[in-house]
Design a protein around this ligand. Sequence first.
Ligand code: BTN
Length: 255
Amino acid sequence: MANTLFTGKVYHHFEVLASTNAYAQALLSKNKPAEGTVVRADSQSAGQGQFGSRWESAPGKNLLLSIIYYPSWLPLDRQFYLSMAVGLGVYDAAKLTIHSPAPVNIKWPNDVYVNSRKVAGILIQASLSGPVYNNATIGIGLNVNQLEFDKVLPNASSLAREIGVEFNLEEVENTLFECIEARYLQLKAGQHTAIKMQYEAVLYRKGRSGRYKLTANGEIFEGTILGTTEAGHLLMETFSGVTSFDLKEIQFLPG
Ligand code: BTN
């Protein structure tokens, strides 16, 4: 059992679901599930990724789950802080689990990387009522024990593939609940500066030169990540000075 106050206390576990996020949204449309309610599936037939993409995962090998939170206290201009806090929670859990000097980073906005490969993705779906949050469904796909990935995803990996050890899924899940809840409570306590500083301290490629592609025209350029703006844009030093990029505006290229 995870050592949490509310995360995972109500727990729905299925062998197969279309998508844990979709199931959590369906629960929210019927009544008000307890804060911290978790929906987990061993496999998904229509796992949702960012920007309408699909999230693929080998059955029974990884963690596929959604957590329902009610961050009604979070001002909407701080939305990116929820994304950073959840990213840090998954980062903390990966780090505690692998117990290894292998580099763990958060790739903007909130993918978790080990050895420069993606081991986790996060999809937050929020419902707003005017200026306040009604609820947020925090969808997490953490690749734990899957060893083979489709060739169309050359950068996808798992904790086991990077570290060479198989992990106990229930233990990783408990660690994940504890780490996410701790970061959520840190956000609730208003520790915004600490969250941003800690996020930027582990931001993938921060402070070093890398190659990127502009989605609009395919132009490839070199840039150095400086950090993020309050709205969650990526700040980068490029040939034309300091520029900020919105989601989908750029792609990270290898090297
Ligand atoms: C990404 O594209 O990086 C985000 C992936 C999020 C996947 C998880 S798996 C559990 C939850 N249910 C879904 O349908 N998606 C999220």
